[in-house]
Design a protein around this ligand. Structure first.
Ligand SMILES: C[S@@+](CC[C@H](N)C(=O)[O-])C[C@H]1O[C@@H](n2cnc3c(N)ncnc32)[C@H](O)[C@@H]1O
Length: 268
């Protein structure tokens, strides 16, 4: 089968190593991020959501949490290894959710959901405007009317001012495996026309005293705030009802603690 083109463009060497990726991102507080997304939904709709879809879900830790909270949950990712790994996490936790393998710009969900998410800047793999529109169409089709879609993207200041608000070199360990991750490098090339950076990722995995280094480079796009708002408007499928600078409803995009661009979209 011919893989969708976007598969070749994401960091697929990295995403094949699902367990290593999961160890590296162990520091994230998935429960509080889910609590934030639930509270955003409740604030808009007036009750808790009953169903959830996570696109570009990776190990699907948010989906695991949503399923634990009792939501009918579905995850989607392009990497078969991530899908298999996420399913095994769910199995070990005794939690049920559906995990589909597919492209976030080209999928159909059987049953529309009330709340959806695209987290940890996975939108940066939607390189062309055309792909963004296809993705927004798929996401809208996957939601019920008035369904809520939350995207966590890089804060524009990261790219426009050169400030670094994310941890780009860190270590994490689990089950005798140590992972050092270096995300991006000053020498990574930014194409100012396409707003994409050839982003290099170095992973050094140490196990039983032996170290292996994996290097993966691929383009990632950044979005300015006005540009993203224009793309959403032009899609005709959603309206932006809120934007935050962190997974905290008290922090707006201009707040001194703002470090992400979180957009809350409501299906028209
Ligand atoms: C940065 S990880 C995010 C994982 C997860 N959302 C999290 O918060 O940990 C990006 C994920 O996007 C997936 N991905 C990249 N391009 C994709 C596409 N076009 N469709 C679906 N998944 C994609 C990768 O396989 C990877 O698992």
């Amino acid at each position: 089968m011919k893989m969708p083109q976007s598969h070749h463009k994401s960091h697929h060497k990295l995403y094949r190593l699902a367990e290593i990726y999961d160890i590296a991102f162990d520091f994230k507080d998935f429960a509080s991020e889910c609590e934030f997304m639930m509270s955003v939904y409740e604030n808009i709709i007036g009750r808790k959501p009953e169903s959830w879809l996570e696109m570009a879900a990776g190990p699907a830790r948010h989906t695991l949490e949503m399923a634990r909270l009792g939501l009918q949950a579905t995850a989607l990712d392009l990497s078969p290894e991530m899908v298999e790994y996420g399913r095994s996490l769910a199995h070990s936790a005794g939690v049920k959710f559906e995990y589909m393998c597919g492209d976030m710009a080209e999928f159909i969900l059987k049953q529309p959901v009330e709340l959806a998410g695209l987290l940890l800047d996975s939108a940066s793999y939607l390189l062309e405007n055309e792909t963004v529109y296809r993705h927004l169409n798929c996401a809208a089709d996957a939601l019920v009317k008035n369904g809520v879609y939350i995207l966590e993207m890089a804060h524009p200041a990261d790219h426009l001012t050169g400030r670094k608000s994310t941890r780009t070199d860190w270590e994490s360990a689990r089950d005798g495996k140590k992972v050092r991750m270096i995300w991006g490098d000053e020498s990574d090339k930014l194409d100012v026309i396409s707003q994409t950076t050839e982003t290099s990722v170095h992973m050094i995995v140490t196990e039983n005293g032996q170290s292996t280094e994996i290097v993966d480079t691929c383009p990632q796009r950044f979005f300015t705030c006005t540009e993203f708002r224009a793309l959403v408007d032009a899609s005709g499928r959603f309206e932006i009802v809120a934007q935050y600078g962190a997974m905290d409803r008290q922090i707006d995009l201009r707040h001194k603690k703002a470090w992400r661009m979180i957009s809350v979209l409501k299906k028209r």
